[in-house]
Design a protein around this ligand. Structure first.
Ligand SMILES: CCCCCCCCCCCCCC(=O)SCCNC(=O)CCNC(=O)[C@H](O)C(C)(C)COP(=O)(O)OP(=O)(O)OC[C@H]1O[C@@H](n2cnc3c(N)ncnc32)[C@H](O)[C@@H]1OP(=O)(O)O
Length: 437
């Protein structure tokens, strides 16, 4: 435990914005295998991340002990700050973390990450990113006077993941670097950069932005997090970007099609699609014809079910957010694959919302829908809900948005009902936000 804490602190000391963006300067290594030690940048192995999180919150390693561990955690409530002013301000470097996934150097690790097509399972990367975002948030809120953190830090949102390249190689070392870039009262924005070591240098793979929320030890109410003090113009910029991200999220949620009518331009799009599907022979509003090279939305769905076993729990005895993302991603990918008739590549992950925790033992129903297409692009939405067989109630827990691209043009997706048209517009909004601009 001590040595891992040492690693966290050392990595903070070696923080540079440059290493966050580019992976920093490296000594020459073999193809796919990064050098063992980078001067001033100690390595933190990915398999230590979960253990470290367990230690920080005092989670049980056995499911049979989880109730006792939970009861012990609830007793930490008295350690919570009564206001944010009580907590010392932290710097961005205090939460800086560098984590290595040595797929090139440790072949035994590869199995877990390998697809049938000899690429890396992106769902596994989503799991690692989620665990890392949590660890970064705990590093920000770290209090050396406490043995355990009283905070339960959960993933509220994956704001976006921008892919810088489509292929992730299964035999090259991966490095994640990240830190907190903005804080609210109880929310934390963390950015993570992932790069891969190839041909003697680290190349960018993706940039991810997460929003985490701190809760009390019982995960019932919001809890204050340390303020953040930027140092220098670059950090000022990141902080302002975080503030702008928050305003953008509020605007987006206010303009949600679940709350307000589509814009004039959007209404024109929907009416154009409707006119395109009218049967000119019958001149009736009701008889609809599928245009050539198109697929009705109702025929572009794929569903799945997960029984949420204790093995997939997080440190707070709920289902791990990364697992939910992996399952949703894999279903979305399979749907895009069957829709386009070829293996799609991921372009962006956007606005994954964790609305409600998923309890252990839940029946989790995942439902994916191709909701927008353009040229080679397929926009997929995955909705997940828990179903209680006793009360027969359904409750939405998550909504995921993925953008894929194929190596050829895909058929046009065609909404038939008003509800499907809203899904289409929502997909278009996500597509325009991530790809078109
Ligand atoms: C045990 C051994 C196992 C080991 C396994 C190891 C795994 C390791 C991995 C461990 C990994 C563990 C990780 C996991 O696996 S976490 C599991 C996945 N995540 C969840 O289950 C979370 C589900 N969602 C919720 O519980 C609620 O919706 C939350 C708590 C998120 C918000 O609830 P609510 O809305 O009622 O909260 P509030 O009104 O009091 O607001 C509080 C703050 O939250 C901000 N906010 C809210 N929503 C959003 C949003 N969408 N975008 C941006 N911000 C948002 C809001 O602005 C405010 O900020 P501020 O103004 O205070 O700053």
């Amino acid at each position: 435990m001590l040595s891992q804490r040492f690693l966290l602190l050392r990595s903070a000391a070696s923080f540079t914005r440059r290493s966050f963006c580019t992976g920093g300067a490296l000594k020459q290594g073999k193809q796919g295998k990064a050098p063992d030690m980078i001067e001033g940048n100690p390595q933190f192995h990915v398999s230590n991340v979960r253990n470290r999180l367990r230690e920080i919150v005092g989670a049980s390693t056995n499911w049979s002990d989880h109730q006792q561990a939970m009861a012990e955690r609830v007793s930490l409530s008295s350690m919570l700050a009564k206001s944010q002013n009580e907590l010392p301000a932290k710097r961005m470097k205090d939460s800086y973390l560098e984590v290595h996934l040595p797929l090139g150097s440790e072949p035994q690790l590869r199995e877990k990450y390998l697809t049938h097509h000899n690429t890396v399972r992106f769902g596994r990367i989503l799991e690692d990113l989620d665990s890392l975002a949590v660890l970064i948030s705990y590093s920000h809120t770290y209090n050396s006077e406490l043995k355990r953190s009283p905070l339960s830090i959960v993933t509220a949102l994956v704001d976006k993941i921008d892919m810088r390249q489509h292929v992730i190689y299964p035999d090259c070392d991966i490095k994640f670097t990240g830190h907190v870039t903005w804080v609210g009262k109880s929310s934390i924005e963390a950015k993570i950069h992932m790069s891969q070591y190839r041909d003697g240098a680290y190349a960018s793979v993706l940039d991810a932005t997460f929003v985490m929320v701190a809760r009390d030890p019982g995960n019932k109410r919001a809890a204050f997090v340390n303020p953040l003090t930027p140092e220098g113009p670059e950090e000022e910029r990141l902080l302002q970007e975080g503030e702008a991200n928050k305003s953008r999220r509020v605007e987006l949620s206010t303009a949600s099609l679940l709350k307000v009518a589509p814009t004039q331009d959007e209404r024109t799009v929907v009416h154009g699609l409707f006119l395109n599907t009218l049967d000119t022979n019958t001149v009736s509003f009701r008889s609809r014809i599928l245009p050539p090279n198109s697929v009705w939305m109702e025929d572009a769905k794929l569903k799945g079910l997960e029984i949420c076993h204790p093995q997939e729990r997080n440190i707070f005895n709920r289902i791990f957010g990364g697992f939910l993302m992996r399952k949703a991603y894999e279903l979305g990918w399979a749907n895009a694959c069957s829709y386009g008739g070829c293996r799609p590549s991921l372009v962006a992950v956007d606005d994954i919302l964790f609305q409600k925790p998923v309890e252990i033992g839940s029946l989790l129903m995942l439902s994916s829908q191709v909701c927008y297409t353009q040229g080679t692009y397929v926009q997929v939405r995955v909705h997940s809900e828990v179903f209680d067989p006793l009360t027969r109630q359904h409750n939405t827990t998550n909504i995921f948005h993925f953008t894929f691209t194929s190596d050829r043009d895909v058929p046009n997706i065609m909404p038939k009902t008003y509800g499907e048209s809203m899904l289409y517009l929502d997909g278009k909004r996500h597509f325009d936000q991530t790809v078109a601009c």
